[in-house]
Structure formats: structure tokens, C-alpha cells
Ligand binder design. Structure first.
Ligand code: GLU
Length: 558
């Protein structure tokens, strides 16, 4: 018997068995979720994560793009939870996502929220929308645009094998699609046997046809039509991503779908679906992947290989939220850095984000650049702000340091104020995890003799410098007097007062002023790099400074 699609009467007959519980109509849903009344040009966008518990940089990139586009245009940003795959679900994942994103300034106006959901276009959890999907599944079936398929896993595997043997394209389509034009009798008997079935899309696309499509990030694309009869509803009645995407983004009145470009390959199917359902297609923005340099080649950031993909990484390392936010803007919008240079003190949220400035191929993630951005962000903070954030971070990740800093706030603020403010603030710190190394020496319990004395000086010269410096030192000296005293000492011991003088005539000197101050720095701070030494010594106080110098002398004698 020649195969043919079911006719309308046959479909009507089957409909009662396939969708016995669907009583609502698409028209009723249209009425229940009317177009939003928003100003012209307002963007309605969303995040649609699966609750897997892993919040990554890609979420932030996608979230920030959607958030900026919605909020800059006076539109709406909502959160829809794509929880159709119960196996991948992690308890509490949505709360973690909401909290993490809100930490980065991404606030949802509507949708899933902690403890429930808000808004008139819900439910926002896909698992609660089963009934809605079935309304549209029924519609497609009645219109001859979908059909039940009773193939078992084994049968599908056999089709795949046969396609391999014949060097044919893979997939359930055309002549391979066994149930596409199955007779009413065959379907009825499979139903009578209680065989599990999925609902498939009845594609009329052809690989011969090309579609012209404009993606707002990728630009003009020529894509091949879809000829596969993809699954719409799984055998448990739960929709696939594709079907749910079309139904949800239509009913929730999404105007712009911002998502990863891994979805580009199924876009032809999505466009078909929107048309079949009679929905207007939203605008699409497919974001390229985050890449990183691996040797001389670029590759995608990977969950397995790159800890920096997880947002928890930034928290644990102690990157301030502003720094990560600012860095993401840097890699997303090519003009952000110029804007920042022109507006050094304006909050990043005032930058006019534009999808037109996004790189279609994806952004390059560079940790060195992030550290650099972070140094600039921290350098501009007040000492109070730095202390607040450092206390917050150390409370979780370095309780010992937290204890010292909070025991004497005045001292901590004095330390953090060194080199801060003014036109050229110091840029020593990129992450809070560097704080222990940076300021530990201010606390005797954390002081470590980390770096050696300059190698170009003899033990005798070092002892001489330290011994003669002791009686000269007064904590009351300001920077100028402090430096004058040190210079006089240097000159009296045969060192050049300026590095330049030394360079011009190295034979005439033991070294220069820099060597002398380095000896003092290593003795007092244990390190060759520290903030302004005179200020450090004032905060440390005479007793500690002298004791450390004396200890160093004693060690050199020993
Ligand atoms: N649940 C999908 C994902 O996490 C959502 C993609 C989309 O935004 O449409 O990749």
C-alpha cells in the first residue's frame, strides 16, 4: 500500500487518544499571555539555564548581554528554568544562580526567583508547563505537522547502522522515518499495545534549500534547511529544548533570544517550528564561545581543563565583583576600554552596551588582562572599601588574616591607605588572595623573611648600613626627612646618592641609594617589594622597626 500522511479525519480520530487531556486552545493561551505593553524598541530577553548547579563565565556573558539589552531599552529580563531533564538537576541550583548573578549586578524583573516565581507569563519552570506544550503539540498534530513515532532504541540504532553502511546522512528523516506516513491502523495497533512513543515534527525542509537569516551578532547567514523529523515531545510527554524554546519564548513574549552559538546548528529547525506554530520569530543573538590561548593556538574554555570557567573561581581567588564585571565588558564590547579611558570614574553600568560591538567569533579570555583590569579597579577604591571587601573575603578564605585586620581597624585602614588616592594610585593588588603577602609583614605573627639581601653587597656593608641607620631613625620624620637621612647615610658609607651617578662611574661607589634602601626594606618588611617604606615604618612603629633591624644584624653576625 502506498504510504501517505494521515488525512484530517484520521488525525481527528487519533487526537482523542493522543491528547485526551488537552482542553485549552492556543487562542485561549494567546489571550492569557497577551503581547506586553512596553515602549517601542523595548527588549524582552531572558536567561534560560538548566539547573545543573554549575554557574560559569558563559552564563555571565550571556546574562550580562541580555540584561544590558533589556534594561538599557526599558524592557524586561526574566529567568526561565529549563528543568526538563530531571537527571541533571541539582538541588538549590537556581538559588545559587540567582544569587551569583545578582552579585554581578544582574537582577531579573520576572520569572523564577528565590522561593517561587514572579510575573504574569509563567509558570517559569518548564516542568510546570507540560499542559501548555501539549496544547501546541495537539495543534501541530491536527494540522499534519507532527506525528507519533513508536521506534524503540534498538530500531533507531539499526537505522543508524544502515545509514552508516549506505553512507547516507544520519537522522530520522525521509525514507528512514518509519512512522512518518504510518497508517491509521498501524498507529492504532501500536497504541493498543501500549508501545511508548514520541511526538515528532513532520519536516518538509530539504537540504537543497538555503535560508537567508540575520543574526544580530553573527550577521547575515546562509543556512541549510532542516530535513530531520526532530522529537518534540519525549515518551514521558516532556518537551525537547527545541519545542519548549518556541512555545515558551512565544508565550513569554521574548523579543530577543541571546544564547550560545552551539544552538546555531538547530536554528533551521527552530525557524521551521516558529513558522509551523504560527509564531513570529524573535531576534536571535548567538554568542561565540569564550576562547583562551593554549600555546600558540586558541581553544574554547573547557569545564574540565580550565578552573577559571567556574564563577566560584573568581570568588575564591578574591577578584572584586566590579573587576570581573568590568573585564567582561572589556571582552564583550570592543569600545569599552576607550570609554573607560575617557570616563575613568564613571560606574561601568553607565556604559552604553551594544551587541554590534560583540565579536561574532567569540571573545578571548585572558587572565593576565583580567588581573590588570582588577588592579586598576582596586587602585581606585577607597581604603574603607578595600577593607570592607578584604574582610569579607578573608572571613571566608583566610580567617587568620581576617582576625588581625579586624582586631585593629585603624591600623588596617592606615596600611591600606598607603599610596591610595591622588592622580597615580599604586596598583599592587589584583586579588584579595594577594593581601597576606602584601601586608602580612605589618603583623609580627605573619612576618616572614621571604627575600634575600641584595647580592651585590657584602655582609659587612649590610651590617654597617643597618647598624648606622638605627640611631638615625625617628618615626616622626616625614618622607622627605626620612629620605634625606638615608641618602646622607648612603653617601657617608660610599654609595652614590643617585642611581644615575652610580651608572656613570660604578668604580667610584659600593652601590647607590637604591641598594641602601633595599637593605632597610628587606630587614623591616622581609621583602624586596613593599609599599612606601617610610609609611610602612611609621605604621610598624619604632619598637618593631628597631627590633627587626637588630634581629637582622644579629643573624648576620651569627
Ligand atoms: N537551557 C539552554 C542552555 O542552557 C538555554 C539556551 C537558550 O537560552 O535558549 O543552553
Amino acid at each position: 500500500m502506498e504510504k501517505r500522511p494521515l488525512n484530517p479525519e484520521e488525525r481527528n480520530e487519533l487526537c482523542a487518544i493522543l491528547f485526551p487531556n488537552v482542553t485549552i486552545t492556543p487562542e485561549e493561551l494567546e489571550e492569557k499571555f497577551p503581547p506586553r505593553s512596553l515602549p517601542e524598541g523595548a527588549v524582552v530577553s531572558r536567561m534560560a539555564p538548566s539547573p545543573t548547579g554549575f554557574v560559569h563565565l558563559g552564563n555571565l556573558v550571556q546574562g550580562l548581554t541580555s540584561e544590558r539589552m533589556s534594561h538599557q531599552s526599558g524592557g524586561v529580563l526574566f529567568l526561565r528554568v529549563e528543568d526538563t531533564d530531571a537527571k541533571r538537576e541539582v538541588a538549590g541550583a537556581i538559588d545559587v544562580l540567582i544569587e551569583t548573578l545578582s552579585h554581578y549586578g544582574i537582577q531579573f524583573d520576572e520569572g523564577a526567583s528565590i522561593g517561587g516565581e514572579v510575573g504574569n507569563y509563567g509558570p517559569y519552570y518548564q516542568r510546570l508547563r507540560k499542559e501548555i506544550y501539549h496544547v501546541y503539540a495537539k495543534k501541530l498534530f491536527l494540522e499534519g505537522l507532527a506525528y507519533p513515532c513508536f521506534c524503540s532504541e534498538e530500531e533507531l540504532a539499526a537505522i543508524h547502522e544502515q545509514q552508516e553502511a549506505e553512507k547516507a546522512n544520519f537522522g530520522y528523516f525521509g525514507k528512514w522515518a518509519k512512522w512518518r506516513d504510518a497508517s491509521l491502523a498501524d498507529i492504532q495497533s501500536a497504541l493498543a499495545e501500549n508501545k511508548p512513543f514520541v511526538l515528532r515534527f513532520r519536516s518538509t525542509g530539504s537540504l537543497e534549500n538555503k535560508i537567508h537569516f540575520t543574526d544580530l551578532i553573527k550577521g547575515d547567514l546562509e543556512i541549510t534547511e532542516n530535513d530531520i523529523d526532530h522529537v518534540l515531545l519525549k515518551s514521558d510527554g516532556i518537551p525537547t529544548y527545541h519545542f519548549a524554546h518556541a512555545v515558551d519564548d512565544h508565550l513569554m513574549r521574548t523579543t530577543h533570544v541571546v544564547r550560545g552559538d552551539e544552538w546555531l546548528s538547530t536554528l533551521p529547525f527552530h525557524l521551521q517550528l516558529f513558522r509551523a506554530l504560527g509564531f513570529r520569530t524573535p531576534k536571535y543573538l548567538h554568542i561565540g564561545p569564550l576562547m583562551k590561548m593554549d600555546g600558540t593556538s586558541k581553544r574554547k574554555l573547557s569545564k574540565r581543563k580550565d578552573p577559571e570557567l567556574a564563577l566560584t573561581f573568581y570568588k575564591a581567588e578574591g577578584f572584586p565583583v566590579e573587576a570581573v564585571y568590568e573585564y567582561i565588558l572589556t571582552i564583550l564590547n570592543s569600545n569599552f576600554e576607550d570609554w573607560r579611558r575617557a570616563n575613568p570614574d564613571t560606574p561601568a553600568s553607565e556604559f552604553r552596551f551594544s551587541y554590534k560591538k560583540m565579536n561574532p567569533a567569540g571573545s578571548l579570555f585572558d587572565k593576565m588582562k583580567l588581573l590588570d583590569v582588577s588592579k586598576n579597579v582596586i587602585a581606585k577604591m577607597t581604603a574603607e572599601k578595600v577593607l570592607e571587601l578584604v574582610l569579607e573575603w578573608t572571613a571566608e578564605f583566610d580567617p587568620e588574616l581576617c582576625g588581625f585586620l579586624s582586631a585593629d581597624r585603624e591600623k588596617a585602614l592606615a596600611i591600606l591607605s598607603i599610596g591610595r588616592g591622588g592622580a597615580k594610585p599604586r596598583k599592587d593588588i589584583a586579588v584579595w588572595s594577594e593581601m597576606r603577602e602584601y601586608l602580612g609583614f605589618f603583623y609580627d605573627d605573619l612576618f616572614v623573611e621571604k627575600d634575600p639581601m641584595p647580592e651585590n653587597l657584602s655582609k659587612e656593608d649590610i651590617k654597617e648600613i643597618l647598624t648606622q641607620y638605627l640611631p638615625l631613625y625617628s618615626p616622626k620624620d616625614d618622607g622627605t626627612v626620612w629620605f634625606e637621612k638615608l641618602t646622607q647615610l648612603a653617601v657617608s658609607l660610599g654609595f652614590a646618592a643617585k642611581p644615575k651617578e652610580y651608572k656613570q662611574n660604578p668604580q667610584a661607589y659600593k652601590g647607590h641609594i637604591g641598594d641602601v634602601s633595599m637593605v632597610l626594606r628587606v630587614a623591616v618588611t622581609g621583602k624586596t617589594a613593599s609599599p612606601d617604606l617610610c609609611s610602612c615604618m611609621q605604621i610598624l612603629g619604632k619598637e618593631t622597626v628597631c627590633r627587626r633591624i637588630q634581629n637582622t644584624i644579629a643573624k648576620l653576625n651569627g
